[in-house]
Design a binder for this molecule. Structure first.
Ligand code: NAG
Ligand code: NAG
Ligand code: NAG
Ligand code: NAG
Ligand code: NAG
Length: 281
């Protein structure tokens, strides 16, 4: 009986240790959908069954390959005229698990919100999904959406420095191997701004730079005087804020960027519990 109590205590304290704030495998800051674009679906689409079959294959393939390919994957499914082109990109600082889950969530949103559309873009904070029946790989496009808080006006003395800082963060991303960059702007001891930029890795470095620069110019009046903003495009992305919203290192670069399984954790607990039983008996 005593042994039984000991084991129960062991199990409870182990869970308390491993799951201090709920479930272990979910962490980081919060993710959410930030926008979507679906072209109008045909009223009488041709080959709808083939399209749906190909779409399912495409989305499955994007989800199952995104982690192995360090957060960026493109694939083509099916034969013309039913061919589909798909791209997935995860934000460069998030964990492999969050990347994978974000991809699953974005494919779920696309299936719910744009079930028959042949050209779909889904933006999440942590990942970006696009597919189309027309080829778009390597072809830099300027479409973008900006998110900010209208009332979140920054100190005018900081605005122009902030914009030129982001221009530098844009230039740096285009030169990085994963076209992803983060940087801190220190106005003074207490006042800092954090910038992050990323491009899809199918475009050239020159186009990455052009894409980000164009966003800064096009949205200047909208974001220019703001303290925090995000711009989500089809080939490039920018984030600006007054706190460190990203992880310190680019996780994409690390060799250990892979899915950590909750199942191995559970079997770890079982091993610990069994070991405890062995010791007691
Ligand atoms: C995915 O969606 C589920 C259910 O809405 C949510 O609990 C989870 O946090 C989401 N994960 C990511 C990475 O977006
Ligand atoms: C893609 O789908 C749209 C809408 O169904 C159609 O008008 C267009 O011709 C298709 N393009 C190709 C290359 O099949
Ligand atoms: C916008 O910013 C203001 C001031 O910081 C804040 O009070 C408000 O809740 C924000 N609105 C949204 C929608 O985040
Ligand atoms: C830092 O700069 C901001 C904006 O110009 C100013 O309001 C603040 O007083 C400065 N803080 C220090 C410690 O200099
Ligand atoms: C990340 O860097 C900031 C300073 O840039 C530091 O304050 C913070 O402790 C670091 N966080 C981690 C998890 O290393």
């Amino acid at each position: 009986m005593q042994a039984f109590y000991f084991v129960m205590l062991c199990v409870i304290s182990f869970f308390a240790l491993v799951f201090p704030n709920g479930f272990f495998c979910l962490a980081d800051d919060t993710n959410r959908e930030t926008g979507s674009l679906c072209d109008k679906a045909d009223k009488n689409p041709v080959n709808e069954d083939t399209f749906q079959t190909n779409l399912k294959t495409l989305l499955d393939s994007l989800a199952s390959n995104v982690v192995d390919s360090h957060g960026f994957y493109q694939t083509i499914v099916g034969k013309k005229p039913n061919r589909l082109y798909g791209t997935i990109l995860c934000r460069g600082d998030i964990s492999a698990n969050n990347c994978f889950n974000c991809v699953l969530n974005s494919t779920r949103v696309s299936s719910n919100d744009c079930p028959k559309s042949r050209d779909v873009t889904i933006w999440f904070r942590w990942c970006f999904l696009r597919y189309s029946n027309e080829s778009f790989f390597g072809d830099m496009q300027g479409t973008a959406t900006a998110i900010t808080n209208e009332t979140d006006i920054d100190d005018p003395s900081l605005v122009s420095q902030g914009l030129s800082f982001m221009s530098g963060v844009a230039a740096a991303a285009s030169e990085k191997s994963f076209m992803f960059h983060t940087e801190v702007l220190n106005f003074n001891q207490s006042e800092k701004r954090y910038g992050m930029t990323q491009c899809t890795r199918d475009i050239s470095r020159k186009d990455c730079r052009r894409c980000l620069d164009a966003q800064l110019v096009n949205f200047e009046t909208f974001i220019g005087n703001k303290r925090r903003w995000e711009v989500h495009g089809l080939n490039c992305f920018m984030w600006y804020d007054d706190y460190q919203f990203y992880s310190n290192v680019s996780t994409l670069l690390s060799a250990s960027w892979r899915l950590s399984s909750c199942r191995s954790l559970v079997s770890g607990i079982t091993v610990v519990v069994s070991a405890a039983l062995l010791i007691v008996f």
